[in-house]
Design a protein around this ligand. Structure first.
Ligand code: ADP
Length: 251
């Protein structure tokens, strides 16, 4: 892997679902290693499509995507991408998996389905639980945890593969300010330790407060901006149309 390759690179990427108009059109951008980037845009802007392309679940109709200098599927197989899916706190565990088992399943991409986990897998899973503050919950059934704890389990699961890149899709940042603060404090620690973080959210106020850089998507790339500039009328109009006011939280 090229050492200085961007964490994520899109070159002229267009993606269409079947015969529909493009969900993403001619997107070119590079997210450097070590960045903490927020991706914002209204519903239907192509945010999930952008993530699916990074994960290699779909391939561009036109253009190319690379992750840590490799095709996304290879990057995933090498364990470079940690992914935290949407709506974790509401997800319904129909099988009785313990926290430890859920976290360990984050090593499956590296081992292959059906292989036995090694000591190294167990060590990495234990480290990930420790880093996310859920070490004491290992034997609990994941279905019995609170929403905030469950989110940590899925972050630990993503970290268990020892990734270079952590992607969080619409994380629920907690029902109260304290949970939200803890959640972002945790992400900042990982970021300070060198992890690239990509956070997708429609919540502009959270993004403006927490991300270092913002990538504005509305089918096309509207632009890169700083969290401060996210309040600019021009960018908001291009993202959401005319009648939008942006309320920034001041803490
Ligand atoms: P966002 O995550 O920003 O809400 P999406 O990437 O989910 O946006 O969707 C972008 C566009 O692609 C939307 O018009 C949506 O209806 C369409 N789309 C998303 N997924 C599919 C799919 N599986 N099949 C057909 N169209 C899809």
């Amino acid at each position: 892997m090229p050492m200085n390759a961007p964490a994520i690179e899109f070159k002229g990427v267009t993606y269409r679902y079947g015969a529909s108009p493009p969900a993403l059109e001619d997107v070119t951008c590079a997210i450097p290693q070590g960045a903490f980037v927020g991706i914002v845009g209204p519903n239907g802007a192509g945010k999930s499509t952008f993530i699916r392309l990074i994960l290699g679940l779909i391939t561009p109709s036109k253009g190319s995507v690379s992750v840590t200098g490799a095709p996304p599927r290879e990057a995933r197989k090498m364990g470079h991408i940690g992914y935290v899916p949407q709506k974790i706190s509401q997800s319904d565990f129909r099988f009785p998996a313990t926290v430890e088992e859920v976290v360990l399943s984050g090593r499956t991409a590296l081992r292959g389905i059906g292989r036995f986990f090694t000591q190294e897998d167990r060590r990495q899973a234990a480290d990930a639980m420790h880093m996310t503050g859920i070490g004491h919950l290992g034997k609990r059934l994941a279905g019995t945890l609170s929403g905030g704890e469950r989110q940590r389990v899925f972050i630990a699961r993503a970290l268990a593969g020892n990734p270079r890149l952590l992607i969080l899709d619409e994380p629920e940042t907690g029902v109260d300010a304290a949970t939200s603060h803890d959640f972002f404090a945790l992400l900042k620690t990982f970021h300070q330790n060198g992890l690239t973080i990509v956070l997708v959210s429609h919540d502009l106020s959270v993004m403006a407060k927490e991300a270092q850089n913002i990538l504005c998507l509305n089918r096309r790339l509207i632009g890169h901006c700083t969290p401060h500039e996210l309040g600019d009328a021009d960018i908001l109009t291009r993202l959401y149309g005319t009648d939008v006011t942006f309320l920034q939280h001041h803490h």
